[in-house]
Design a protein around this ligand. Structure first.
Ligand SMILES: [Zn+2]
Length: 264
């Protein structure tokens, strides 16, 4: 059995990783672990996750009352406790503000496209949970709708939250979530965020079931060819270029002037 101090050290280790990865700025982000049915270890408020030490970690109960520790728990504790209440199988929760995923959260775009096999199998779809004022019950209320069918959410105009069977799992889900958002964004710049077809996704979903991985998967693209992926956004050729636009304006102007001349 892992002792409490080992769990606290693990939280400090993951805190350093999220800080070094640029998933948070200053004192942002929070991490928690369930250590028994009604006891949780959670990070303090007002401390950078890059410089946590084990004595800073607080022990709280399911209602958020402090059981041990000199620091004040994170003001975003309610959303951690909601996940544990709703999902008895979950042992750890990670909340950060990774730039690409947070940009998707600000744009209100869920990560629900089947763009890569790994994200279909390991991450599944990540919805956007409606905006709630941090530290209020609005945040857990918004997450509640999604917590049973997903492994994480984007928090609208705020950041991202993942939950897992242990802390390493919750952290790796966050890494995958940010990586998926980043690649999705880059592919969009190339006008090439082509989605896997339904058939391809179906094969991946069967693999996922055999591996015992839960959570909703993307649907994949409906393609007449069956196995070919389609472009999600219009291709470069389909988008009207500025040059095309200028030549149209030029032609229309010429026609109008010609018509006017006839009447002079
Ligand atoms: Zn936050």
């Amino acid at each position: 059995m892992i002792t409490e101090i080992k769990y606290k050290k693990q939280i400090c280790d993951i805190g350093k990783r999220i800080y070094d990865k640029g998933f948070v700025a200053a004192n942002d982000g929070n991490i928690s672990i369930r250590i028994s049915d009604n006891e949780f270890l959670i990070t303090p408020t007002g401390v950078s996750k890059g410089s946590l030490t084990p004595e800073m970690i607080i022990k709280v109960d399911g209602q958020g009352a402090a059981l041990e520790g000199d620091y004040r728990p994170t003001s975003e504790m309610k959303m951690h406790l909601l996940v544990y209440q709703e999902r008895p199988d979950i042992q750890a929760v990670v909340h950060v503000h990774p730039p690409y995923a947070t940009a998707f959260a600000i744009a209100g775009i869920p990560l629900d496209q089947a763009i890569m096999p790994e994200s279909v199998v390991y991450l599944g779809t990540i919805p956007v949970a409606e905006y709630g004022t941090p530290s209020t019950v609005e945040v857990p209320n918004a997450i509640k709708k999604h917590v049973h069918e997903h492994q994480g959410v984007l928090l609208e105009n705020h950041g991202a939250l993942t939950w897992g069977k242990d802390l390493e799992h919750a952290y790796y889900l966050m890494e995958s979530l940010e990586f998926t958002a980043k690649i999705n964004w880059i592919a969009k710049q190339l006008n090439g965020d082509r989605e896997l077809s339904k058939n391809h996704v179906q094969t991946l979903v069967e693999m996922k079931a055999k591996m015992g991985i839960k959570g909703k998967s993307p649907l994949g693209a409906e393609t007449p060819e069956g196995l070919h992926a389609k472009k999600v956004t219009p291709s470069r050729e389909q988008v009207l270029s500025q040059q095309d636009l200028n030549s149209i304006v030029e032609r229309v102007t010429k026609n109008i002037l010609n018509e006017l001349k006839k009447h002079l």
